[in-house]
Write a protein that binds this ligand. Structure first.
Ligand code: TUI
Length: 310
């Protein structure tokens, strides 16, 4: 199963690993790339030198292509944008905004730019400003999400732009992968399934939460703030829901949320940490290697797509 994206990026399988802030480090990204997918190191809101260190560590583990994600709300986005050029990164994905101001610099450094987009209008704007492909991410995803589901977003963006589309949000197995490709996507991005990979270094409590999650265990809070986030329900998410109900000012959200993701990922605080995960967490029931995850996705999707319907 080759795709335009595989040719463009020099990868074997049309599978991107989602850029999860504080989670997608050198260990995870290098394992995914080494297995033939595209591993992506997440910048999140971390200081630039920390992410440069992860990029260098990943390059020691694998010589295959590695991507970096720049979260555009980060106070370090400008220096991160320069760092990827200095480190010879050839694929950049972006989240939570429009990267137009960096486009010229990235193009001059021969970088493929692939923004995450939550709507048709934003997809078109990104392509006009020079995006090489777009990641259409549905609201089933974990973390910062848009309004539309993957099912309706992907075909509309496929129809609206001439560049390859990567489908994201709610894809955790070969059935989801096959469905996304049938909707016209050229590749998929998978985040939540990689949370329980052996090479994913998050706290064990976080992995257990994902392994035990049921279909209705995630919730989106903060829709009114303009930065809605999908997490596994806990005391923190209930606190955010109270703020949503009481129409609290943005400062209240910041106070409650400061450092919450790192608290879950590093310290395993499952009460007041932010346990970002997508709705597909419910189908994940074992720990395995990144290679096994990629092979499982590919084998099942291939079987379904080549199915003899007679
Ligand atoms: O970015 C994500 N998911 C994330 S980022 C994150 S860390 C974080 N830290 C502080 C505040 C908020 C988040 C956790 N999860 N996904 C990609 C994504 N991008 N989802 C939605 C968008 C998006 C939204 C608006 C992309 C472009 C956009 O453009 C708006 C405009 O008008 O320019």
């Amino acid at each position: 199963m080759k795709s335009l994206i595989c040719e463009m990026l020099g990868i074997e399988y049309p599978i991107f690993q989602g850029a999860m802030a504080w989670i997608a480090n050198a260990s995870l990204a290098a394992a995914v790339s080494e297995a033939g997918g595209l591993g992506i190191i997440a910048g999140g809101t971390a200081p630039m030198e920390l992410i440069r260190g992860e990029v260098r560590k990943a390059k020691e583990i694998t010589s295959k292509p590695i991507g970096v994600n720049i979260m555009l709300l980060s106070p370090h986005a400008d220096e991160m944008a320069k760092m990827v050029c200095e480190e010879g990164i050839k694929v950049v994905t972006t989240g939570a905004g429009t990267p137009g101001k960096y486009m010229e610099m990235w193009k001059a450094n021969d970088i493929k730019v692939i923004p995450v987009v939550p709507s048709v209008a934003i997809a078109k704007r990104m392509v006009r400003s020079g995006a090489d492909a777009v990641i259409a991410e549905g609201t089933e995803a974990g973390g910062h999400v848009g309004e539309l589901t993957t099912m309706v977003l992907v075909p509309q963006i496929v129809d609206a732009v001439e560049v390859p589309v990567i489908a994201a949000g709610g894809i955790g197995d070969g059935r989801g992968m096959a469905a996304a490709l049938m909707l016209g996507a050229d590749a998929i991005q998978v985040g939540t399934r990689f949370l329980t990979a052996y090479e994913c270094t998050i706290h064990d409590n976080y992995k257990k939460k994902v392994l035990n999650a049921k279909d209705i265990d995630t919730v989106v809070t903060g829709r009114r703030t303009g930065h809605p986030v999908r997490v596994i329900k806990n005391k923190l998410s209930r606190g955010f829901q109270e703020l949503d109900l009481n129409i609290a000012p943005p400062g209240e959200y910041e106070k409650l949320g400061a450092g919450a993701l790192a608290r879950a990922v590093l310290e395993g605080d499952m009460e007041y940490g932010s346990i970002m995960a997508g709705q597909i967490a419910a189908i994940i029931n074992k720990e395995e290697s990144c290679k096994d995850i990629i092979m499982d996705l590919m084998t099942e999707a291939n079987k379904l797509l080549n199915r003899d319907w007679n």
